[in-house]
Design a binder for this molecule. Structure first.
Ligand code: NAD
Ligand code: UD1
Length: 343
């Protein structure tokens, strides 16, 4: 019989793509999302692509009574936990909201899992837990640190989950440290839909290309990198979604808790990204070199060996696919999911 996975935050950017991969692999899915940073339309698109009905519950991971009901009404085998707030700048302004949502929310979820006897958990962590990486490429054993409440919330959850596992070794937990997710489903029907001015590079470039913004500000051209701009490990969201499936299968066969990088192992600069996007879109991306953004590091890219050897997972899609798929999503949905009913 097929397994049922509770996907918190399943209406979000990475969650929707992962739901599709879960359906493809024969899993049943229950999405729990409060739509604080997403739209129910995203789940309708998942249904359109997959031809499957998405069981979705609108609500908050901090609602213990609701979680109890979800676990009572569905036989959940494992949880993939995406629900969280992710804007670094906002987390500095609103630390209590971020800790409540990301940390208390995870505690509430784990308590409900414990009561329901569910012990298999995949958690969305981030490469941000490496702070300014002590060495490159970034290996999982490097020291961790946080420079803002968002990053600290991820570190806190990693640590609290380690304690939960220490106290009860029947918990099986994958702490997936994502590098920089970009791209979209090749259909162009789902993708990243930032609510305000994008903070992240790729959605900003895409909005410049489509004419929604005049130009990109390149934050810093004096880093100790080949062209002076920041270097990151951009990973296609479809590869990232596959990584979740592999992690789920791994933790169900080999109990324990493990932090695992999900990245490509390759670093690209901001100027590399602009060039690649220009090639994919045929549009010129106007940009200005400006001051560094506070809190940014010069370079960050993964050592992706552990995921390869332990999960049998490797990123397969390159920069071309990342840019082409982001562009297709942007062109089909210039205002994100809001455009749906306009034609
Ligand atoms: P997203 O905002 O698109 O998705 C998160 C989803 O969680 C949204 O649908 C939102 O409505 C929902 N949500 C938030 N708080 C909730 C709550 N209390 N209860 C129920 N639902 C809630 O973000 P994403 O890019 O898909 O990221 C998913 C996870 O991965 C997040 O935890 C994020 O911190 C982490 N992550 C993301 C990135 C990235 O660059 N996108 C990088 C590293 C880690
Ligand atoms: C940011 C977050 C990080 C989070 C990650 C994924 C900060 C300081 N860090 O990482 O915690 O895990 O997103 O959500 O916000 N850039 C520009 N112009 C722009 C936007 C970005 O030049 O308008 C540059 C940045 O300086 C960086 C690169 O592009 O060199 C990537 O930036 P971004 O997409 O924001 O990701 P990170 O900074 O890696």
């Amino acid at each position: 019989m097929s397994q049922t996975i509770l996907v918190t935050g399943g209406a979000g950017y990475i969650g929707t793509h992962t739901c599709l991969k879960l359906f493809e692999a024969g899993y049943e899915v229950v999405v729990l999302d409060n739509f604080s940073n997403s739209s129910p339309e995203a789940l309708r698109r998942v249904e359109q692509i997959s031809g499957r009905a998405v069981v979705s519950v609108e609500g908050d991971i901090n609602d213990a009574a609701l979680l109890e009901r979800v676990f009572a009404e569905h036989t959940i085998d494992a949880v993939i936990h995406f629900a969280g707030l992710k804007a670094v700048g906002e987390s500095v302004q609103q630390p209590l909201r971020y800790y409540h949502n990301n940390v208390t929310g995870t505690l509430t979820l784990c308590s409900a899992m414990k009561r329901a006897g569910v012990r298999d958990l995949v958690f969305s962590s981030s490469a941000t837990v490496y702070g300014d990486p002590a060495s490159l490429p970034v290996r999982e054993g490097l020291p961790t640190s946080a420079t803002n409440p968002y990053g600290r919330s991820k570190l806190m959850v990693e640590e609290l989950l380690a304690d939960v596992h220490k106290a009860d070794a029947t918990w099986n937990v994958a702490l997936l440290r994502y590098f920089n997710p970009v791209g979209a489903h090749p259909s162009g029907l789902i993708g990243e839909d930032p609510r305000d001015v994008p903070n992240n590079l790729m959605p900003y470039i895409a909005q410049v290309a489509v004419g929604r913004r005049s130009h990109l500000s390149v934050f810093g051209a004096d880093y100790p990198t080949p062209d002076g701009t920041g270097v990151r490990d951009y990973i296609h969201v479809m590869d990232l979604a596959s990584g979740h499936l592999k992690a789920l299968q791994w933790l169900q066969s080999k109990p324990g808790i493990k932090a695992i990088n999900l990245g490509t192992g390759k670093g690209y600069s901001v100027l590399d990204m602009i060039k690649a996007f220009e090639k994919a879109s045929g549009k010129r991306i106007a940009y200005q070199l400006v001051e560094r953004r506070p809190g940014d590091v010069a370079s960050c890219y993964a050592d992706a060996q552990l995921a390869a050897s332990m999960l049998g997972w490797r990123a397969e899609l390159g920069l071309d696919a990342m840019c082409t798929d982001s562009w297709r999503w942007q062109v089909y949905n210039p205002n994100g999911y809001d455009t749906d009913n306009e034609e």
